[in-house]
Ligand binder design. Structure first.
Ligand code: COA
Ligand code: MG
Length: 297
């Protein structure tokens, strides 16, 4: 669960594909869906397959956003699975049953192509009016490929016939705050990554940073980026800080110094088992991020 930044790259843009790999993102999402005009879908599919098949170093991970299954998504999978992407972003799902179907297709295509790994899945889990009702069922559905859940407000507001998804103060309107929270809860119930949606104003770095810090504090573990300039701020916000790591080490230290004790005091504050678990999560996340970079924590 160590992927902090997923940078979208339109799959039909030679220039952006060339630029994407050097942006510092933990993963790229090579897009075949909404950023590609209908007349260029077939071209984009071939470009993305060729990009995936080119020699690469392993970083960043390469994911592909396919089209909805009913609208070209299966053709996308048939084309790109040959080139072994690390994961598939599935848009406009109504619920986990759609992911089960994609999983079956992947089972068959990986077999066909002799792909020696299990391609993972990241659904955009709130884009249709039905989708929020499906969030409760991810937990009950065996989805071994599920990497995480992410959410989106743009397609949902279009589907609702809404003129905006913002409230008068410029924050997400109630419906979008609600589906965002449910997406976070559903991801945590499944024990998978919770990925915050994109921040559209890609010139507003201060706003992005503040928004990322808030999302990280709530439990999101990574974020979608749409522009290379957003990647550094996202990576920083979703990495535990040195101060957080140092504190977590002290919490773990004080518990291990008193084996079998469920509650201790540190700096005049009570710490019990949930604090220990939280500290362990911080250290596990820091270790996973360092392992991806190949550096010590
Ligand atoms: N991936 C890779 N490179 C990108 C990029 C991206 N997502 N966004 C911009 N770049 C490149 C540009 O090509 C440009 O390269 P250059 O310096 O070689 O000319 C450079 O970064 C600076 O880009 P800039 O001029 O600031 O932005 P722009 O006006 O060209 O593009 C967007 C703005 C929003 C169209 C572009 O960022 C984009 O396509 N984002 C992804 C959109 C997407 O995939 N949406 C679907 C998910 S919601
Ligand atoms: Mg969309």
């Amino acid at each position: 669960m160590s992927l902090r930044s997923f940078l979208f790259v339109p799959g039909d843009s030679e220039k952006k594909l060339a630029k994407g790999a050097g942006a510092g993102a933990d993963a790229l999402i090579l897009d075949l869906e909404d950023s590609v005009a209908p007349a260029r879908k077939a071209l984009a599919r071939d470009m993305v397959r060729d990009y995936l098949a080119a020699p690469r170093s392993g970083t960043p991970e390469l994911w592909v956003r396919v089209n909805p299954l009913a609208d070209g998504g299966l053709d996308d999978l048939v084309c790109v699975v040959r080139a072994a992407p690390d994961g598939i972003v599935v848009p406009k799902v109504d619920g986990p049953a759609d992911l089960v179907r994609v999983g079956h297709f992947l089972d068959a295509l990986e077999k066909r192509d002799g792909i020696g790994k299990e391609i993972r899945l990241l659904p955009v889990a709130t884009e249709t009016p039905r989708a929020p009702f499906g969030l409760a069922h991810y937990h009950d559905t065996p989805l071994p490929r599920l990497y995480g859940l992410t959410w989106g407000a743009e397609d949902l507001s279009t589907a609702l016939g809404a003129s905006t998804n913002r409230d008068p103060e410029g924050r997400w309107a109630f419906t979008y705050r609600m589906v965002r929270s449910h997406c976070l809860l559903a991801a945590k119930a499944c024990g998978v990554a919770a990925i915050e949606t994109l921040y559209a104003d890609f010139r507003d770095d201060a706003g992005l940073r503040a928004d990322c810090v808030e999302a990280s504090r709530e439990g999101f573990t990574g974020r979608i980026a749409i522009h290379p300039d957003q990647v550094a701020s996202i990576n920083e916000a979703f990495s535990p800080s040195q101060a957080e790591i140092a504190h977590a080490e002290r919490v773990v230290g004080v518990f291990s110094a008193s084996p079998g004790i469920g509650v201790v005091g540190l700096d005049g504050k009570m710490l019990d088992i949930p604090h220990l678990r939280q500290a362990e999560q911080v250290l596990a996340r820091a270790a996973a991020i360092a392992a991806r970079r190949g550096t010590p924590v």
